[in-house]
Structure formats: structure tokens, C-alpha cells
Design a protein around this ligand. Structure first.
Ligand SMILES: Cc1ncc(COP(=O)(O)O)c(C=O)c1O
Length: 399
């Protein structure tokens, strides 16, 4: 078959056909346990029947409309999503991708504060383009507005002490220019690291005291992924703007930025103006509403904790000289790889990935950061984890 697709990234030599729950099938009928949840999107598993039902029902009613009109389902989804938060927010808009919502959130903070600079942590990933990208580790641009990402595995640590002078210096020079601090509460693409709580709280307090906003990127860590509803709960902070994407639509492209009317009130209607074709579309809203219902009805987060422990036991039980470290936060797992004999990390990671694929397990990896990643659906079944244990043990032993 001719392939007319631009090679924007590497593609596996198999074509996928259908999916259900934690499994995805190729066109030849081979099935794979999807330990990446698509692109970390299907926290409820692929094609969750209640989400599919909501899509079909809404498809028959109204998919799309002109931006000058709202629909009941959009209002209901907005209300349900605001209620889902552990703290009070009263305004939101629905957008499409995580990057789009990050761009909106950062620009919103700039307009509210009438300031221009964005503070971020050096190794986080915040989006594919725009300011989100330049604030991310994938940007080539080095900036004095990026603070190194301190990581340690201890709750009692000296990370804040080590970076305090650096942070204070940035605030001394630029506090009246800083519109926001943008934080990915657990860095996923960059290697599965959580910055220390004291450090995060210190920067958040500084920026909020100086009149800037805290913008939290929950595109990947939100919707139960870390074992809490939102990753920012791990840091015990109160963000001013929260950005959601990925699992909000469980595979359908819908994202959101959530904030408060007190910030909205600082903007004129022309400053607030934003319009793209599919913003607030009823189909996306119907999906968000059904996703939230499944979270409640199936106690997805509460039940994911047992799976998290089981997967932790499986991965921490792998004992090999080429495993440098295993890191995990809720249902986010990273295995840091070391070179082995003549094999480089890159070769080893690709070998593991290919052997696991042959064994029916789909995992993620990052060659430059030298780690393997697993973010399975939060409702993966215990027997599916047993299958994972058997296959991953065999593959790792074969190296
Ligand atoms: C933390 C984080 N922020 C933002 C994004 C961008 O989201 P999207 O790919 O939907 O534009 C991603 C995507 O992986 C992400 O992991």
C-alpha cells in the first residue's frame, strides 16, 4: 500500500484496526496490551461503552455549531467539570488540543497581569508549538526564565535550599515582568520526575505574592493519572489557571482551561476574545460529560490505586543490571535504562520495545532521556497486569 503520510515521526510497521479497553488490534488480528493508553489519553480504556454511547447519541443530535451559540450539553459539561475539582473554580472554556489550551492559559495570564515573561522548569514538556514549546525542554532556546528541575526521591530534601538563591535572583530582577509560573506537576515526557513540594510551593507563593499567576499543565497528569484527580494536589498548591487535555476526552480531542471570574473581570471583551472553529463544540462537551460520569460511577481513581500497587510490584520486581532506576507516580511509570555490554541505551531500549511489541505489549520510550515508559489505562484489569508481568519478565530475561 502506498504511504502518503508525511514522516513527522517514526511509525511502527503495523497498521492498527480497532480497540477495546486496554487492548488494541492490528489489521492482521494480533492484539496488544496498550500500556501507553494511546498517547496517554484513554485513562478509561479504549472505546469505553458509555463514552461511545454518548458520542453516538450526540452525533445524531448536533456535532458542531457557529461560535455565536452555546448548547445545553456544553453548559452541563462545564458545570460537571467545575464540580469535579477539589477547589473552587467558576469559569472555563473547551478547546481541542493540550497545546492549544496551554497557549490560551499562558496568554490569558499575560493579559490578566499585563506582563510578558513566563517562568517554567527547564525539563518540562508543555506543548508542541508557541510559548508552550519555548517553555519546554524540546525548545532549543535557553532562557533565564527556566529554573532547573530539582528531583529527589525524598520528601525531606535540600532541593529548595539548592535553588533558592537562583529563584530569588530571578524574582529580584524580573518579578514585575513575570506573568506566570507554568508547571507540569509530574514531568512525564521528560523522564517521570516530580519536583519537590517545598520548591514548588516556594515559587508559587513568590509568583502569586508578586501579582503573577500559577498556570498548571494537567494535560497528562490530570484526570486521575497520578492517583489524585489532579497532579497539583501532590504539591498542595492552589493554581490560578488549570489546563486539561488528553484524558478529558478519553481519546477524542477536547481540552479545557479552567480559572476564576475574578481574572475574567480584569479583561475587556476584546482582550478575552478568542475563536476557533471547534471551541465549545457540543460533541466534545458530550464526551467530557460522559467521561466525568464514568469517573464517578466506576470509582476509577479509587480503584486505580490497587492496580498502581500491583504494577509497581511487577516493575520493581524486575531485577536487571541494565535497569538504573524505576520511578512512579500513580499510573505513570518510568524505567531508566543503562547500557549493557556492547549495547548502547538506545539499542537496548529499541530491542526491549520491539521484543515487547512481538509479545503483545505496547510501551513508550524516550531515546534521548534513556527511559521506557508505561501509562496504562487507569482501569486496566488485574488479569491484564498478570499477562504484562509474564511477558515483560520473559522479555527482560532474554536480554
Ligand atoms: C504535559 C503536557 N502538556 C501539553 C501537551 C500537549 O498536548 P497536545 O499533544 O494535546 O497538544 C502534552 C502532550 O504530550 C503534555 O504531555
Amino acid at each position: 500500500m502506498a504511504n502518503f503520510i508525511l514522516k513527522t515521526n517514526e511509525f511502527e510497521p503495523i497498521l492498527l484496526n480497532r480497540a477495546e479497553g486496554s487492548w488494541i488490534w492490528d489489521i492482521d488480528g494480533n492484539k496488544y496490551l496498550d500500556c501507553e493508553s494511546g498517547m496517554w489519553c484513554v485513562n478509561l480504556g479504549h472505546n469505553h461503552p458509555k463514552v461511545v454511547h454518548a458520542i453516538k447519541t450526540q452525533l445524531d443530535k448536533l456535532i458542531h455549531r457557529n461560535k455565536g451559540f452555546l448548547t445545553p450539553i456544553t453548559l452541563e459539561a462545564a458545570e460537571q467539570l467545575l464540580k469535579f475539582f477539589p477547589n473552587n473554580y467558576d469559569k472555563l472554556t473547551f478547546l481541542n488540543s493540550g497545546t492549544e489550551a496551554m497557549e490560551f492559559g499562558i496568554n490569558f495570564a499575560k493579559k490578566v497581569t499585563k506582563r510578558n515573561k513566563v517562568l517554567s522548569l527547564q525539563d518540562s514538556y508543555l506543548g508542541a508549538y508557541g510559548i508552550a514549546k519555548t517553555s519546554s525542554f524540546t525548545s532549543l532556546e535557553e532562557s533565564k526564565f527556566k529554573i532547573p528541575y530539582p528531583v529527589c526521591n525524598s520528601e525531606v530534601c535540600d532541593c529548595l535550599e539548592n535553588y533558592q538563591a537562583n529563584i530569588d535572583d530571578i524574582f529580584r530582577k524580573y518579578s514585575s515582568d513575570l506573568a506566570c509560573f507554568v508547571l507540569e506537576p509530574v514531568m512525564v515526557s521528560g523522564g517521570v520526575f516530580k519536583p519537590c513540594k517545598d520548591f514548588v510551593q516556594y515559587i508559587c507563593k513568590k509568583i502569586q505574592d508578586s501579582g503573577g499567576l500559577v498556570v498548571i499543565d494537567e494535560v497528562t497528569t490530570g484526570m486521575g493519572r497520578t492517583g489524585c484527580k489532579f497532579g497539583y494536589e501532590l504539591h498542595e498548591i492552589t493554581p490560578d489557571v488549570v489546563v486539561l487535555g488528553k484524558a478529558l476526552g478519553n481519546g477524542y480531542p477536547v481540552s479545557a482551561i479552567i480559572t476564576n471570574s475574578s481574572f475574567e473581570a480584569k479583561l475587556s471583551s476584546s482582550e478575552l476574545y478568542y475563536a476557533q472553529s471547534h471551541q465549545l463544540d457540543p460533541l466534545g462537551a458530550a464526551i467530557v460529560k460522559s467521561v466525568l460520569e464514568v469517573f464517578h460511577e466506576e470509582k476509577i481513581i479509587e480503584k486505580s490505586r490497587e492496580k498502581n500497587q500491583k504494577l509497581k510490584d511487577i516493575l520493581y520486581g524486575l531485577n536487571h543490571s541494565f535497569i538504573k532506576e524505576i520511578r512512579s507516580y500513580g499510573m505513570i511509570f518510568g524505567i531508566q535504562i543503562l547500557p549493557k555490554n556492547q549495547m548502547s541505551c538506545e539499542e537496548l531500549i529499541l530491542k526491549l520495545k520491539n521484543k515487547l511489541l512481538d509479545a503483545g505489549i505496547l510501551i513508550g520510550f524516550n531515546l534521548s532521556k534513556e527511559f521506557i515508559r508505561l501509562l496504562p489505562p487507569l482501569n486496566i484489569q488485574i488479569n491484564e497486569l498478570e499477562f504484562l508481568k509474564e511477558e515483560i519478565t520473559k522479555v527482560f530475561n532474554s536480554i
